[in-house]
Design a protein around this ligand. Structure first.
Ligand SMILES: Cc1cc2nc3c(=O)[nH]c(=O)nc-3n(C[C@H](O)[C@H](O)[C@H](O)COP(=O)(O)O)c2cc1C
Length: 209
């Protein structure tokens, strides 16, 4: 796959759901391959620098932060999630299948009404663009993926993952092995409901005053 249209259409949600007590074998993705995908994703656009206070005094512009788990870390996390008060649900099944997991968070500004903030809207938009670029890079590399909201990974597990409580998880991106050996799998629920641009895009005709 080399054209962006092929890669965009070729990206699809795949969920692999083996028994968490029986993780898929294999070494997982080499760290260098995951890092290369993340480096590509880091070319996503962003608009405004994050507040320096949110970056520990570091005036870095990127609103996203990325926490990488290789396969041994994914496997080690399974029993730890079972200790949380909230049941981890299918996240543990997916950890048992993943070749790597990329947790992408963003850093909210310190504001009362953060949901209404244009700054935060743009931080989320930039982080979403970053995640999509990661998915496209994985697709081009022939690596299956799944963008999950993360369930317990989105908060309850921050402590055990060493993620700052002020960050917000936007995507838990599971990266899958080539050969899942016939374990249970599922597509994205809404995949088949996608409509064409004739349903959501229009050319603008400038209206008379
Ligand atoms: C922000 C975001 C969060 C998502 N979280 C979940 C999730 O928690 N569970 C899930 O089943 N799918 C999740 N998805 C994947 C969508 O369900 C999937 O993209 C959609 O069904 C379309 O399928 P496709 O990705 O194959 O085109 C998420 C997608 C986005 C953009």
């Amino acid at each position: 796959m080399d054209r962006i249209d092929d890669i965009a259409r070729g990206r699809r949600t795949l969920k692999l759901l083996p028994d968490p007590a029986d993780p898929l074998p294999g070494p997982g993705l080499p760290r260098a391959r995951v890092e290369a995908l993340v480096e590509s994703a880091g070319w996503a656009p962003f608009h405004r620098a994050c507040a320096a206070a949110r970056n520990g005094g570091d005036a870095a512009v990127e609103p996203w932060r990325v926490h990488l788990l290789d396969k041994p870390a994914c496997t080690a996390l399974i029993p730890r999630l079972d200790t949380l008060p909230k049941p981890p649900g299918k996240i543990v099944n997916m950890l048992a299948a993943a070749d790597a997991l990329v947790l992408v968070t963003w850093l909210p500004e310190e504001e009362e009404d953060w949901a209404a903030s244009e700054l935060n809207m743009e931080h989320i938009a930039a982080t979403g663009a970053m995640i999509q670029t990661l998915l496209l890079a994985a697709t081009e590399a022939g690596i299956g993926s799944y963008w999950s909201s993360g369930g317990v990974l989105a908060g309850e597990a921050f402590g055990m993952l060493g993620i700052d409580a002020r960050e917000r998880l936007l995507g838990a991106v599971f990266l899958w092995p080539d050969d899942a050996g016939g374990v249970e799998s599922a597509p994205g629920k809404l995949r088949g409901q996608r409509r064409g641009p004739d349903r959501w895009a229009r050319w603008v005709e400038i209206r008379s005053p």
